[in-house]
Design a protein around this ligand. Structure first.
Ligand code: PEP
Ligand code: MN
Length: 340
């Protein structure tokens, strides 16, 4: 739509699309609103819209995905998560333990996360574990603890849901629903997530290609939830020095095609404490819109992913470093004046 298109102009276009039997997706941007069309088999004649008041252009999207695409919305999406946002030039830091284990454990970490200036707290109450005998998470009790972190520290809560019931619960207690790597192609779950009104953090599957990740995001958006954040968390390769191979080249590749924010998870991406900070720095240098990092006050006692957890002290150092890198990347200027 043209920048000066009115609400009525937008509604009229939406109405025409719906009358044709298609679904209209209205995506307001900074300068203008884009309206995507889905549900069409084959091409739609642009003559239906071209001459309507307020319409700037009717663009045919030939890629397999539409709503995630920059063709539809050239400017970057800024996704509101609780009282903060992800994307649009700032660096989002999401930090916290792998799993919610107890209130004491969570509060010990939350204090450092709040101190670091991060606006988002992570922690799983539903854990996708390889073994059925491993700690599966605290469930709803864990979500209540997370809700307490928001009340006490004002941090916005990012937490995983593994099924539809989990999505309902996370919608109630959290601010952002994480869909984990193992569920990236759980299509019925993606559709269900598309019907919620909470933003979705979608993690790349263990062996997902760029197209598969983008189409998973498209599943969510096609249902009407446009608030999706993509996350590179490492893929499985032949290497055995790291848990996964953090594929940082996907950051610019995704940003080239999609308006959605892209964040990096150096914790699952490496699996080793000593690799987390270097790869977090690299992720920010590569242009990521944020990081999701695991932190534990006693990593050696963690019930899940202790080997990759940073101590609060290490985490605070990481944040200090990546903020300076982000400043350089986003402004092109050195973060600190060199002392003479
Ligand atoms: C997590 O973030 O705790 C997690 C399980 O991540 P992933 O789905 O990327 O393995
Ligand atoms: Mn973990």
């Amino acid at each position: 739509m043209k920048p000066d298109a009115t609400r009525e102009d937008i509604d009229r276009v939406v109405h025409v699309i719906e009358t044709l039997g298609f679904r209209a997706h209205s995506l307001p941007g900074e300068g203008r609103t884009a309206i995507g069309i889905t549900g069409n088999k084959g091409s739609v004649d642009p003559a239906h819209f071209e001459n309507l008041s307020g319409v700037a252009d009717a663009i045919r999207v030939t890629k397999p995905y539409k709503l995630i695409s920059k063709d539809l919305r050239p400017e970057q999406s800024v996704i509101k998560v609780g009282n903060a946002s992800i994307g649009g030039g700032s660096l989002a830091v999401i930090a916290g333990p792998c799993a919610i284990e107890s209130e004491e454990q969570v509060l010990a970490v939350a204090k450092s996360v709040a101190e670091s200036g991060a606006q988002f707290f992570r922690g799983g109450a539903f854990k996708p574990r390889t073994s059925p005998y491993a700690f599966q998470g605290m469930g709803e009790d864990g979500l209540k603890i997370l809700s307490g972190v928001r009340d006490r520290y004002g941090l916005n809560i990012v937490t995983e849901a593994m099924d539809e019931r989990g999505i309902d619960l996370v919608e109630k207690y959290g601010d952002c629903i994480q869909i984990g790597a193992r569920n990236m192609q759980n299509f019925s779950l993606l559709k269900y997530a598309g019907q919620t009104r909470k933003p979705i953090l979608l993690k790349r599957g263990l062996s997902a290609t760029l197209d598969e990740l983008l189409l998973a995001a498209e599943y969510i958006m096609a249902e009407g939830n446009y608030d999706v954040i993509l996350c590179e968390r490492g893929i499985r390769t032949f290497v055995d020095h790291a848990r996964n191979t953090l594929d940082l080249s996907i950051v610019p590749a995704l940003q080239r095609l999609s308006h959605l924010p892209v964040i990096v998870d150096p914790s699952h991406g490496t699996g080793h404490n000593y690799m987390v900070t270097p790869m977090a720095r690299a992720g920010v240098a590569a242009g990521a819109d944020g990081l999701i990092v695991e932190v534990h006050s006693q990593p050696e006692r963690a019930l899940c992913d202790g080997a990759q957890a940073l101590t609060p002290k290490q985490y605070l150092e990481l944040v200090d470093q990546v903020r300076r890198i982000h400043e350089v990347v986003s402004t092109g200027k050195p973060a600190l004046q060199a002392s003479i």
